[in-house]
Write a protein that binds this ligand. Structure first.
Ligand code: SF4
Ligand code: SF4
Length: 427
C-alpha cells in the first residue's frame, strides 16, 4: 500500500502552534512502513477529517468484551465504514495502571509490543479515568490482546455502572508529604471490589481515589465518590534552624507575605527571633506552609487519612466536593487498613441499596440528606463534618450540651480531636 496520507487540510491546521499535536502522532503511526496498523490509521485520519468537515461524530457503540468480563472494553464501530473500511472497528481497551503509576521501562516496552501486534499503536497514558487507554483494535483482536497483557500482569479496568479504575498519587514511594501507604490502600480496596468492576451491577459508576496529603495530586476530592486524603493528627514538625535559614535568605517580609498571612486559619506567626510559632489547634492541614518551606516543615508523625464522600465534577445538581465523613482514620496497622476497607464496603452497600439509577453518591446524599446517609453507613455525626465551620452562622444550640457530651464521650481527650480536620475537609 502506498505511503501517501489522505488529504486532511482541516486536521493539518491542528499541527500549527507551539504544542505537540495529536494529529502529528496519528500521521506518524499511519506512515509506519510495514506495520499492520498503518492502513487503519490512514482511514482513521480520513474519517476524522470528515468529522471536522461535517461537525459530526461517526462512532456508534455495540457489544464487545472478553470472557468473564462485562466491562473494560469500549466498543467503537464506524458509521461510514464503507468509505473507510480499515478503521471500521476501533475499540478501546481500558487497562488498570499500577498504583501510583509506577512502571519499569521493560514493562512499558512489552506493553507497547503487544499493542502494536494487536492494535493501532495509539496509547493514552492516562485517560481521564486513570486507565491506560489502548485505543483502536478490531473485535477479533480484543481477546488475544487481553490474554497477553493479562499474562504480563495487567487487568482491565472499569466502565459502565460499576466500580471504576482507581487512581493514587505517586505517594510514599517518591513524595515526602505522603501520610500513608497509598499503593497499599488502593490495591487493597480495588482488589476487594473487582467483581463490581468487571461485572457492572451498581446504580451508577463509583470511583475510589487516593492522595497522600491535602495537595491531592490524584484530584480525589473533586473527582471521586470515595476520596482518601492523607493527613495527620498531632503537630506539624518544625525544624527551627531550617526555618531561620529561610528567613535569612528571603527576609521577614517575604516570609510574612508568602507564608504567614497565606495560612487560611491564621495559625502561623513569626517570632521576633525569626522562629516560627504554629497554633496547631487552628491548623486545618491545608499543606500551604509545608509546600513552601519543604526543608523546615513536615506533616506530623501521627498520620492517617480523611475520608470524603460524594465528589464529582459535574453532577446533574452541579459541582460537588466530597463531604468529610471520617475526619481522621489512622493508617498504620493492618487493622487500620481493614477499618478503611470496612468503611468502603458499608458505603458501597448503602449506595447499591439506596441510589437511584444513574445517580452518583453525591447526588444520593443531597437527595436523602447527609444525616440519613451517615446513619445508614453507621458513622456518628462529628463537628468536623461541618463544611464551612467559620462561615456558617446557623448553629443550632438546643440540646447542644448533651450532643457535645456525647461527642466527648466518644473522643476521650476530646479538645485535641478538634484539630484533626484535613485541609480539604474545611472546604
Ligand atoms: Fe505527594 Fe501529597 Fe501529591 Fe501525594 S498528594 S504526590 S503525597 S504532594
Ligand atoms: Fe496554616 Fe495550612 Fe500550614 Fe496548617 S498547613 S498551619 S492551615 S498554612
Amino acid at each position: 500500500m502506498s505511503n501517501e496520507l489522505p488529504k486532511t487540510p482541516m486536521l493539518d491546521e491542528l499541527e500549527g502552534g507551539p504544542w505537540p499535536s495529536f494529529v502529528s502522532g496519528l500521521k506518524r503511526l499511519a506512515q509506519s512502513d510495514g506495520k499492520p496498523y498503518a492502513p487503519m490509521m490512514k482511514d482513521l485520519l480520513g474519517q476524522l477529517e470528515r468529522s471536522y468537515e461535517t461537525r459530526k461524530g461517526y462512532w456508534k457503540g455495540g457489544t464487545v468484551g472478553v470472557f468473564g468480563y462485562g466491562a473494560g472494553v469500549i466498543p467503537r464501530f464506524s458509521e461510514i465504514a464503507d468509505e473507510f473500511p480499515e478503521s471500521a472497528e476501533f475499540h478501546t481497551l481500558r487497562v488498570m495502571p499500577p498504583a501510583g503509576m509506577h512502571y519499569s521501562t521493560e514493562i512499558l516496552r512489552k506493553l507497547c509490543d503487544i499493542w502494536e501486534k494487536y492494535g493501532s499503536g495509539l496509547i493514552a497514558l492516562h485517560g481521564q479515568s486513570g486507565d491506560i487507554m489502548l485505543q483502536g483494535t478490531r473485535t477479533e483482536n480484543v481477546q488475544p490482546c487481553f490474554d497477553e497483557i493479562n499474562e504480563l500482569g495487567f487487568d482491565l479496568g472499569g466502565a459502565g455502572a460499576g466500580v471504576r479504575t482507581s487512581v493514587s498519587c505517586v505517594g510514599a514511594a517518591r513524595c515526602e508529604q505522603s501520610c500513608y501507604d497509598e499503593a497499599r490502600a488502593m490495591r487493597m480496596i480495588v482488589n476487594s471490589f473487582l467483581d463490581e468492576m468487571h461485572r457492572p451491577s451498581l446504580p451508577y459508576k463509583f470511583k475510589f481515589k487516593f492522595a497522600g496529603c491535602a495537595n491531592d495530586c490524584a484530584n480525589a476530592t473533586q473527582r471521586s465518590d470515595f476520596a482518601v486524603i492523607g493527613t495527620w493528627k498531632d503537630d506539624i514538625q518544625v525544624d527551627q534552624e531550617a526555618f531561620k535559614a529561610y528567613v535569612a535568605r528571603n527576609g521577614r517580609k517575604w516570609m510574612i507575605d508568602q507564608v504567614i498571612t497565606l495560612c487560611p486559619t491564621t495559625a502561623l506567626s513569626l517570632n521576633d527571633d525569626d522562629t516560627l510559632a504554629v497554633d496547631n489547634k487552628s491548623c486545618v492541614r491545608c499543606m500551604h506552609c509545608i509546600n513552601v518551606l519543604t526543608k523546615a516543615l513536615k506533616p506530623g508523625k501521627e498520620r492517617g487519612c480523611t475520608v470524603l464522600i460524594g465528589g464529582k465534577r459535574t453532577l446533574k445538581i452541579g459541582d460537588l466536593m466530597g463531604t468529610v465523613v471520617t475526619a481522621f482514620q489512622p493508617l498504620k496497622t493492618d487493622e487500620d487498613y481493614e477499618a478503611l476497607l470496612d468503611l468502603a464496603r458499608r458505603v458501597m452497600d448503602f449506595f447499591i441499596d439506596n441510589a437511584l439509577e444513574h445517580e452518583r453518591t453525591g447526588e444520593m446524599i443531597e437527595r436523602i440528606g447527609l444525616v440519613n446517609f451517615l446513619e445508614g453507613i453507621g458513622v456518628d455525626l462529628d463537628p468536623n463534618m461541618i463544611n464551612h465551620p467559620r462561615t456558617n452562622s446557623y448553629v443550632r444550640t438546643d440540646t447542644w450540651d448533651e450532643e457535645a457530651q456525647k461527642w466527648r464521650d466518644r473522643h476521650p481527650g476530646g479538645e485535641a480531636a478538634h484539630a484533626t480536620t484535613g485541609g480539604r475537609a474545611a472546604e
